[in-house]
Structure formats: structure tokens, C-alpha cells
Ligand binder design. Structure first.
Ligand code: SF4
Ligand code: SF4
Length: 220
């Protein structure tokens, strides 16, 4: 009798242990499925590169463009560069007593694209482009001379083999496809142009308030 009772208890213990494990496994399964279902509701953020490309922002700091004819070989770009990267190759013409520019190069394998050289160049012969595809098999070929630097940048919007995508993160609510969206449709987030407009309006309002305050003080 005692043996039967202990066998029963043993069996019941095993059943309860099994049930607990089954419930815990079910919980894990539901947790995994919740992550899957959560992703199904999200907007797509994938670009089918290289057939589709995002249009870089206006202030994107890509490959530097250089205009040889405008350069006066002052070397300001070298002095302001955190790693003294640009190489300005010039000789002094003893007759004219002026610098003669021979070559100019920037190694994009080392450049950190901070834009200091562009910011401080006195003749504006440097500019940052939207070009970001600099991948190469040989890192030494990233050392661009004045000819390579003078090449006009490729543009996502003018390349006929590419579908340019804009504002992927700002699709209208519920839209899952970034193509052929009505531009008038309300977006989930603020577009860059809308933020700029808002900032302009805000600064205008602030300046009007300040003027009113100044005139009130003068009136006092
Ligand atoms: S700062 Fe401008 S002008 Fe002067 S050397 Fe550099 S690129 Fe040329
Ligand atoms: S972008 Fe910055 S790191 Fe690159 S060359 Fe200009 S100053 Fe130097």
C-alpha cells in the first residue's frame, strides 16, 4: 500500500514538473513570436543597394572635390587638418617670385572627412561632395592626386541605372513601400525641409519678440 502511494506521488511530481516545463517552453515560444510580429509591423529600412540608393543629405561629407586652377598653394588646408594630410607640392619661381603648384593630393584611406580643409581654404577650391563609394581592393589607390580630386562627383539622382530613394524613415503612416508616394501625403516624421522652415519661423518670431521688448524698454 505504501509502495503504491509513493509511486503515485512520484508520478504526480513528474506530471507537475513536465507541465511546468511545457508552460515555460510555451512562454519562450511566444516571446520569440512577439519579436517576429513586432518586425512585421515596422517600416522597411532596407535599400536594395546597388539598384536603389538613398539620396545623401545636402551637408553630407563625402569625397573631397578640388579645383587646381583656384589653388594658391597657401597650405592652410595642411595646417588646419588634424593629421596634416593634404600634400601640396609646389616650387618657388625665382623670376616671378611666386609659388608654382605642381601637384596636390589627399589620401582618403587616412582622411577622417572632418571638413576642416574645406572650411578654411581661402579660395574655396575644396568642397565636400555626396560621393561615398570609395571602396577599393588596394588602399594605395585611395591616395587621390589633383586629377582624381578634380573629377566631378557621381550623383545618385542623375545615374539612370539607380533608383534614388528619399526620406525612407519618413514614409506616411502605414505605408510600407517607399516608391511612388504622393508628396502631399502627411509623413510620420518631419522632413528636413519642414525642420528648416520651422527653425526659420522660430528665429523670426524670436527676433520679433526681442524687438518688441527693446521698444517697450525704450518706451519706459
Ligand atoms: S587651403 Fe586651399 S588654396 Fe590653400 S593650399 Fe589648400 S587647397 Fe590650395
Ligand atoms: S577632411 Fe579633415 S582629415 Fe580629411 S584632409 Fe580635410 S582636414 Fe584633413
Amino acid at each position: 500500500m505504501v509502495d503504491t502511494l509513493s509511486q503515485m506521488l512520484n508520478f504526480l511530481n513528474k506530471v507537475s514538473e513536465y507541465t511546468r516545463e511545457a508552460i515555460s517552453a510555451g512562454n519562450y515560444l511566444l516571446q520569440g513570436l512577439s519579436v517576429t510580429f513586432d518586425h512585421m509591423r515596422r517600416r522597411p529600412v532596407t535599400v536594395q543597394y546597388p539598384y536603389e540608393k538613398l539620396i545623401p543629405s545636402e551637408r553630407y561629407r563625402g569625397r573631397i572635390h578640388y579645383e587646381f586652377d583656384k589653388c594658391i598653394a597657401c597650405e592652410v588646408c595642411v595646417r588646419v587638418c588634424p593629421i596634416n594630410l593634404p600634400v601640396v607640392d609646389w616650387v618657388m619661381n625665382k623670376e616671378t617670385k611666386k609659388k608654382e603648384l605642381r601637384n596636390y593630393s589627399i589620401d582618403f584611406g587616412v582622411c577622417i572627412f572632418c571638413g576642416n580643409c574645406v572650411e578654411y581654404c581661402p579660395t574655396n577650391c575644396l568642397s565636400m561632395t555626396e560621393e561615398y563609394e570609395l571602396a577599393t581592393f588596394d588602399r594605395h589607390s585611395l591616395n587621390y592626386d589633383n586629377v582624381a580630386l578634380g573629377r566631378l562627383p557621381t550623383s545618385v539622382t542623375t545615374d539612370p541605372s539607380v533608383q534614388p530613394l528619399r526620406e525612407l524613415a519618413y514614409l506616411p503612416k502605414g505605408a510600407m513601400d517607399p516608391h511612388e508616394i504622393n508628396p502631399a501625403e502627411a509623413r510620420a516624421g518631419k522632413l528636413t525641409s519642414e525642420i528648416v522652415d520651422w527653425m526659420k519661423n522660430n528665429s523670426n518670431q524670436n527676433s520679433t519678440k526681442n524687438k518688441t521688448k527693446d521698444s517697450d524698454k525704450q518706451g519706459d
